[in-house]
Design a protein around this ligand. Sequence first.
Ligand SMILES: C[S@@+](CC[C@H](N)C(=O)[O-])C[C@H]1O[C@@H](n2cnc3c(N)ncnc32)[C@H](O)[C@@H]1O
Length: 272
Amino acid sequence: MMATELDDAGFLALTEKIARERSFGCSSYKEKCLRRRIAVRMRARGVHRFSDYAALLDRDAVEYERLIDALTINVTKLFRNWSTFEALSRQVVPILWEGAARPIRGWSAGCSSGEEPYSLGILFHQHAAGRGEVADGSRVQILASDIDRASLDAARRGQFAEAAFADTPDALRRRYFSVRPPFEVVPEIRPLITFERRDLIVDSPPSGLHLIVCRNVLIYFDRQTQEHLFQRFHDALVPGGFLVLGKVETLLGPTRSLFTAVDPRERIFRRR
Ligand SMILES: C[S@@+](CC[C@H](N)C(=O)[O-])C[C@H]1O[C@@H](n2cnc3c(N)ncnc32)[C@H](O)[C@@H]1O
């Protein structure tokens, strides 16, 4: 067994330090997951004790950034899990577009480097175009938020590497992104999205939302935090508003009764 697995006091001191100095509230995350990710960074730097690693963070700002990167897990893609976006384009976008809401208010919570909110914006834009209408900022407003400032800076640039397109149908790629690198989203989509730093655990959510997409974020939180956030999402949505989770996430405990399942496979729910 590694020294890092035994030293509970050292682990606690390190996570409290990170919470204090980087506003990353470690106590809401699954401990096993935190330990694993911190251990990866410690191994990479050849450090065995939490206290030594804390001292290293004090003198090495680059390592601190690497650690935050490792803890926030920013992996994402445009149209990640295409079947979910397909389901959204059939079962959610038309209902919202043809409904009374002006503008439709969406929230991509834990948006990482922006792939998810741009994909959502494109779905609305495409639906509008199919009806000979225009999706602009007066019709659709998507708030895209994340705890990680570096990811948000990347998101605002709206430029993507080839790998980000692995799940993107060719026709959408051709229509909505520049042909040459850096593959940049077309200008029509930008006014639909606003980026903002928000910590899901600390900051209260926006209100009056019609759609919340929070995928592959809650999985890192402990059960109690997840249930708390489901309640918050419920309160943030208008009645009949939609909630979309990641493919391996689902509603827990009493919060299940707050929503009906629209498409259980694609983790699409609707506020009762
Ligand atoms: C794996 S990415 C998910 C990106 C996108 N939603 C997707 O499914 O492709 C997880 C994101 O959650 C963000 N995150 C982690 N803890 C957070 C918190 N407390 N508040 C807001 N965002 C958080 C991370 O910074 C990271 O960008």
